[in-house]
Ligand binder design. Structure first.
Ligand code: ADP
Ligand code: CIR
Length: 344
């Protein structure tokens, strides 16, 4: 493998930190699952507009390719090699009274975590047989849930195009054909092994074998952030009784994208901020201050529609789950105050 031909368009943290020296040090290394530097960086090489540009194939990728991944993790999360991750999923520690009782701003709230099974490689390095096995293990565990989490697993294989599209459009299901995931090897054997579990109300959902083996999701209309967090915490507890997730003391929960390490949590609201949206500089200054990220209404790499934005926590590693949600809550509170203060 030769040093990639980075252009001025390559803006990812991978392109920033993959110096010729680091490349020489890592280019011939392999993890126990046979994952290589070439495969780890392919997404960022193929897609110059990547923000991060690198994926891990297994837990060992984070040490074997540490010379590249450590500085990326440090810059994205502000988390040092000597730091230890902390966890707190206790909803009682969250200070989050409903911010929008009249439903004027917050359309919906969603909190998700990524998880991967401890005994399998991550998606970029998994084989078809292993992926199918993950689907079997996770879907049968989910199918045994009871009470408000009880629901059904819907594999992508055999799902009608109409049903799939409507689940995507309604924000429940992941999109197909993401070019970042494609280059990372995460779309291999599509749609085999992929699917979605959800309860009747579609307030508890689990994606199987997308970017991570599990994405555990709690969501509902409106702005009751605490209720959404409580449901997620309960679901995680139930699932942990039935399977072991990939975890390290240093990096917390292990995910294929380094941005998701630690809590692997993204807590978001869809929120209408039409006035603030006219002053993107001010909008960004507030979101930066509160460690928030702005996404479009159809998720990552999508655009806003009708002044509605997806606002979520940016920090996920070195902060607890409670802090991730608190970051989002405090920032959203400030955004609503600014929006209210602006004249038409
Ligand atoms: P992820 O959150 O899993 O990293 P995306 O950014 O692609 O991935 O979002 C996945 C889906 O979740 C998209 O359809 C997106 O619109 C939807 N979504 C995210 N936040 C919310 C929210 N607060 N309310 C409703 N849907 C949401
Ligand atoms: C990228 O590098 O832009 C994609 N692989 C996605 C990065 C992860 N998402 C993020 O920063 N929130």
């Amino acid at each position: 493998m030769k040093y990639p031909n980075f252009t001025k368009e390559h803006k990812s943290l991978m392109a920033k930190y993959l110096s010729k020296e680091v490349f020489e040090e890592l280019k011939d290394l392999k993890t126990p699952n046979g994952f290589t530097l070439e495969r780890a960086i392919k997404s960022g090489v193929d897609n110059p507009d990547s923000g991060i540009g690198v994926y891990a194939g297994d837990i060992e990728s984070y040490t074997v390719f540490g010379a590249l991944l450590d500085p990326i993790i440090e810059e994205y999360h502000g988390f040092l090699k000597s730091d230890i991750h902390k966890s707190n999923l206790n909803p009682d520690d969250l200070n989050a009274p409903n911010l929008d009782l009249k439903n004027e701003y917050i359309v919906s709230t969603r909190i998700r975590v990524g998880r991967n099974l401890a005994d399998f490689p991550l998606g970029p390095a998994i084989s078809k047989e292993q992926r199918d096995e993950v689907e079997k293990i996770v879907s049968s565990a989910l199918n045994s849930l009871e009470g408000s989490l009880e629901g059904r697993y819907f594999p992508l294989l055999g799902m009608s195009e109409e049903d799939r599209l409507s689940l995507v459009q309604d924000h429940f299901l992941f999109k197909a054909g993401d070019r970042f995931l494609e280059s990372a090897g995460l779309n291999r054997n599509w749609p085999n092994g992929r699917g979605i579990y959800h309860n009747n109300e579609k307030t508890f959902l689990v994606w199987i074998n997308e970017e991570d083996e599990l994405r555990i999701i709690s969501m509902q209309k409106g702005g009751d952030i605490k209720e959404v967090f409580s449901r997620l915490a309960q679901a995680i507890k139930e699932l942990e009784k039935m399977m072991k997730f990939a975890f390290s003391k240093h990096l917390g929960y292990i995910t294929s994208c380094p941005t998701n390490l630690g809590t692997a949590m993204r807590a978001s609201v869809h929120i209408a901020l039409p006035k603030l949206a006219k002053d993107m500089e001010k909008f960004k200054a507030i979101t930066d201050k509160y460690h928030l990220q702005i996404r479009g209404v159809h998720g990552e790499h999508s655009q806003s529609e009708g002044g509605i934005y997806d606002i979520s926590n940016k920090r996920r590693l070195g902060v607890t789950e409670v802090q991730c949600v608190q970051d989002m809550y405090d920032g959203v509170k400030a955004l609503i105050e600014y929006e209210k203060a602006l004249c038409d």
